[in-house]
Design a binder for this molecule. Structure first.
Ligand SMILES: Cc1cc2nc3c(=O)[nH]c(=O)nc-3n(C[C@H](O)[C@H](O)[C@H](O)COP(=O)(O)OP(=O)(O)OC[C@H]3O[C@@H](n4cnc5c(N)ncnc54)[C@H](O)[C@@H]3O)c2cc1C
Length: 678
């Protein structure tokens, strides 16, 4: 027992007490007590004295039309892009779907209220696939078609979302999900056609990008070695192999950079020699075997195993590479095949003399394509611009303006999204809970769609329905589908991701340290970078280190050593159960430790935080380590999953098992074709 300040403490409680003091003082250093916008919109919900209210007035719940579901979007304050805190799959967006999954939804749901509405088409899912489906359907059937789009989120666009920030007189936009028009394979004529119809001139991109900005300020990509993983906190110049921002800013692979890395990286001496060997030695590890045989071997072992057992590098090298492909695959190198590592240009394969054609079972992301590489455009809000341009086409009053450039600053009028005067209506905060034919699927004339909104359920009818939502949801809402199809739909595990945007008052610390992008394989967010410097249509990016800027941070919650789908499922659970407070503490701590030597003070410099949580992120792409049909050949689950059923067709990027915007568009086109061909 100890006596402290006149108080007696048992030993354990003293230790706890001391830990609490240390914890509290670290929290103060990090600025956890500072008032930033997340305080006002904690977890995306405004906190007022003891009550949790949406930032817009709840009395707006009465704003729906007579006999219809409530329309929060009609509240004058309704403007989701400006919300901070927990966004992406925000609180309130998934309760109905999770209750369906858990089998509890219908216990308390009551009887649906018939809105009396009938449409030509009801689309479930307001992402790029759902919006494109509406666009294609109108083209196929004429501009008068009546279409209702339902989405469970408070904003449209699906993964293609935008985050807005205002600080002092500056206005900054960040991407909350989909980053750019880019795809590992060339865009199809259909997807390219939509981009052109929207007026986006992809080849003009270089006009808007200040490609020399960070270089001109002496900045390049760096690696942060953290003390928990590597024994010391240290920021060191990077190599091209670790990526980091766009190619303009990646550090070069010259002897000077190697010397610096070797001198400063806190890794074992053996690891330094192995890193050099891995990059520069040309060894044929499988002598006497053909290129095809070698690729077949590489397709069946992970890159981590290749490094450990074939190249036999020190474990520090494996730790260093662990997160290198996370942005693309949402997995560490323990779950990515060595063949895909080869395709992604990771080191170690030079001596194998592999012929450049793709090997069997290669992930489509790992197959290099020059034409596809050139087709790139990043708007400040990423592909939210595509979603906004599609909405402008469908409901012109909702997004003012005329050109793709003016859309960047255009303020969406959410009150116009679900307007009875408009042939196309987008109904947000509405989760489809049941989609069924009225009668037998083969002969029915109508489909009924039941949806949950504001704690009640409603139904509307249509001639057809397109399910452009996540495939894992479909078996729960469309029970009449064949079992084999439901099983295939359920196998489309989504890849969980966090896309965090942190608004900083300035970026002088980045400049002092000479880093614009940081790869941090052992940290909570394994990458972060200064906003991509794009100015377009009156929107100006930050050019001076003294100006506010958005820092983009990325995390994929992996659970190394397990099969890909298990890792995704565990990661999804992790994202749903981690509080915003924990995420914020991790963000502040990571930025402080990385940038502190450059003068960064998280308590002073962080002005706002928006965490875009995507437990259901990228579409699952097939992987030669875990999906034998992909390696050996055979029917893929997505082909089974996307079969039309009566008047119901199935879209979404999941339908192509390909996590890109072009696929969301391609699959919408196919689905519309299926319901309009007769
Ligand atoms: C973080 C992130 C970054 C990405 N970056 C890129 C990139 O740079 N370039 C690129 O090309 N692609 C990128 N992708 C992939 C790309 O965003 C997607 O392939 C594409 O946007 C998918 O569009 P979608 O309409 O098929 O699906 P989604 O965008 O997921 O839209 C489906 C919508 O359906 C809704 N929904 C689900 N269930 C229901 C229900 N029961 N009722 C109502 N609505 C429902 C969902 O909430 C969602 O809003 C990224 C994806 C993520 C997650």
């Amino acid at each position: 027992m100890f006596a402290l300040g006149g108080k007696d403490f048992r030993r354990e409680s003293f230790v706890e007490f001391a830990e609490e003091i240390v914890h509290d003082s670290r929290d103060r250093e990090l600025g956890m007590h500072r008032k930033i916008t997340r305080r006002d919109f904690l977890n995306g919900i405004a906190m007022t004295a003891g009550a949790a209210l949406m930032p817009w007035d709840l009395s707006a719940a009465g704003l729906g039309e007579e006999g219809q579901s409530p329309s929060l979007e009609k509240s004058p304050n309704y403007y989701p892009p400006a919300l901070t805190g927990m966004r992406g799959s925000h609180p309130g967006s998934f309760d109905a779907a999770h209750s369906l999954r858990d089998g509890t939804f219908w216990d308390a749901a009551g009887k649906p209220k018939d809105t009396g509405e009938t449409y030509d088409l009801i689309i479930v899912g307001g992402g790029i696939s759902g919006l494109s489906a509406a666009h294609f359907y109108r083209k196929a059937t004429g501009g008068k078609a009546r279409i209702l789009i339902l989405d469970n989120h408070d904003d449209f666009g699906g993964h293609a979302k935008r985050n807005e920030f205002r600080v002092n007189n500056a206005f900054r936009v960040g991407y909350g999900g989909t980053y750019a028009i880019e795809s590992p394979a060339p865009y199809s004529a259909i997807a390219k056609g939509v981009i052109q119809e929207l007026g986006i001139d992809v080849p003009s991109y270089s006009q808007y990008l200040d490609g020399k900005l960070y270089r001109s300020l002496g900045m390049r990509s760096s690696i942060f070695f953290d003390k928990e993983t590597f024994g010391a906190d240290r920021l060191v110049v990077s190599l091209p192999t670790f990526g980091g921002g766009e190619k303009e800013y990646i550090a070069s692979d010259n002897p000077e950079v190697w010397k610096q890395l070797q001198a400063e990286a806190p890794i074992a001496e053996q690891a330094k020699r192995d890193l050099e060997r891995l990059h520069h030695e040309q060894v044929d590890y499988f002598p006497g075997q053909s290129s095809e045989e070698k690729k077949a071997k590489l397709a069946r072992m992970s890159y981590a195993v290749f490094l450990k057992d074939i190249v036999k590098v020190h474990e520090d090298v494996i730790k260093l590479y662990q997160a290198v492909l996370q942005p693309t695959f949402g997995l560490g190198i323990d779950a990515i095949s060595a063949q895909d590592g080869w395709g992604e240009d990771l080191p170690g394969f030079k001596g194998l003399s592999l012929d450049p054609t793709p090997g069997k079972g290669m992930n489509r992301d790992a197959i290099p394509n020059e034409e596809a590489d050139k087709y790139f455009f990043h708007f400040p809000d990423g592909n939210a611009t595509i979603a906004r341009l599609l909405v402008r086409k469908l409901i012109p009053d909702a997004i003012p303006g005329e050109y793709p450039s003016d859309v960047v600053l255009a303020k969406a009028n959410y009150a116009k999204l679900d307007d009875s005067g408009s042939p196309v209506r987008i109904r947000l905060n509405s989760t489809a809970v049941r989609v069924n034919h009225l009668g037998d699927a083969a002969s029915a004339k109508e489909v009924e769609v039941t949806y949950a909104c504001g704690g009640k359920i409603y139904s509307a009818k249509a001639k057809n329905s397109i399910l452009a939502c996540w495939h894992v949801v479909i078996p729960y809402i469309c029970e009449e589908l064949p079992d084999k199809q439901k099983e295939a739909l359920a196998s489309a595990q989504k890849v969980p991701l966090l896309y965090t945007n942190v608004l900083l008052g300035n970026w002088t610390s980045f400049q002092k340290l000479g880093a614009n992008a940081v790869y941090a394989p052992g940290c909570y967010h394994t990458r972060f970078n200064l906003d991509h410097p794009v100015s377009i249509g009156g929107y100006q990016c930050a050019r001076k280190p003294e100006e506010p800027i958005v820092v983009h941070m990325m995390k994929t919650p992996c659970h190394p050593g397990r099969p890909a789908r298990v890792q995704h499922s565990m990661g999804r659970m992790e994202l749903y159960t981690t509080t915003f407070e924990t995420m914020e503490r991790n963000i502040r701590d990571q930025l402080a430790r990385t940038l502190g030597p450059g003068g960064f003070d998280p308590a002073r410099d962080i002005a706002a935080i928006t965490v875009n949580r995507w437990p259901h992120g990228y579409a699952y792409e097939y992987n030669s380590l875990f999906d034998s049909f992909w390696l050996e050949g055979g029917e893929t689950p997505c082909e089974v999953a996307r079969q039309p059923h009566g008047r119901i067709a199935i879209a979404n990027a999941d339908a192509g098992a390909y996590a890109y915007t072009d696929e969301a568009i391609n699959q919408a086109y196919r689905a519309v074709g299926e319901i309009t061909k007769s």
